[in-house]
Design a protein around this ligand. Structure first.
Ligand code: ADP
Ligand code: MG
Length: 252
């Protein structure tokens, strides 16, 4: 596979819901192995942008590219379904609310997609689940149901489940914001570990300290635009725009 320096490329993303424009000409590139943070007030368009990357919220204008392939291609329906399934398998997503299957154990949550979509045997998938749950520190809970796990543990299973598909890119949308404060760090630790392993990640977060410590670059979004972006040590310490300063005053 060719190495595209712009591993993720968003070109002039525009998104309207009816007459409301929620993304206004956003361009963004992420290189392989980079970790990009997105911060901004509620309603600024962070989730919509993240969901546009695998075309869950299709853009009304602009392009999304992943590793040299355009994600939001206009294709006849059947071809589009095949294309988008292939693209989505390369992108792991973790949301605020752990969307684990409640009637399945941690193991079953992790093994399902690799068996169904990658054709792994039960034995292969079990081995993978053990590896991935070990990776997030939950091997001893492998046969627990979501109801028997804490919020932090559930979120770690959700990460293991995403990683079991061997994604090229991980998207995190406020993965810790529904957690009790004492459970946040265990999930952040897993993200830090992925960062050390050079996983390419886009992380929407309201935790400025975490963003500052893990991200190569941080974008501040407001009302559908990227107001300002830069390395965290610059964006957080010396923001140049009034809107960024006002936001950081409230959130730092
Ligand atoms: P954030 O994640 O930064 O809080 P969102 O991307 O969720 O922001 O939302 C951006 C804007 O788009 C908000 O004004 C929200 O109300 C609107 N929006 C999001 N999803 C929909 C939808 N499915 N239909 C209509 N409006 C939406
Ligand atoms: Mg959101």
């Amino acid at each position: 596979m060719t190495d595209h320096p712009n591993f993720v490329e968003i070109r002039h993303a525009q998104k309207s819901f009816g007459t409301v424009e929620v993304l206004k000409d956003i361009s963004l590139t992420v290189e392989r192995g980079q970790i990009v943070g997105i911060i901004g007030s509620s309603g600024s368009g962070k989730s919509t942008l993240l969901r546009a990357i695998n075309d869950l919220d299709p853009l009304t204008g602009g392009e999304v590219w992943l590793d040299g392939v355009q994600v939001n291609q206009k294709l006849p329906h059947r071809q589009y379904e095949k294309h988008i399934n292939q693209m989505r398998q390369q992108v792991g997503m973790v949301f605020q609310h752990f969307n684990l299957f409640p009637h399945m154990t941690a193991r079953e949550n992790v093994t399902m997609a690799p068996m169904m979509l990658h054709g792994l045997s039960k034995e292969e998938a079990d081995k993978l689940a053990e590896e991935q749950l070990d990776h997030v520190g939950l091997l001893e809970r492998i046969d627990y149901y979501p109801s028997q796990l804490s919020g932090g543990q559930k979120q770690r299973v959700a990460i293991a489940r995403a990683l079991a598909m061997k994604p090229k890119l991980m998207l995190f949308d406020e993965a810790t914001s529904a957690l009790d404060p004492e459970l946040v760090e265990e999930v952040n630790q897993v993200m830090r570990k992925l960062a050390q392993e050079q996983m390419t990640m886009i992380i929407v977060t309201h935790e400025m300290d975490f963003a500052a410590s893990v991200c190569d670059r941080v974008l501040f979004m407001d009302q559908g635009v990227v107001v300002e972006e830069g390395p965290p040590e610059i964006l957080f310490k010396n923001p140049t725009k009034d809107r960024t300063r006002a936001f950081l005053r409230k959130h730092l």
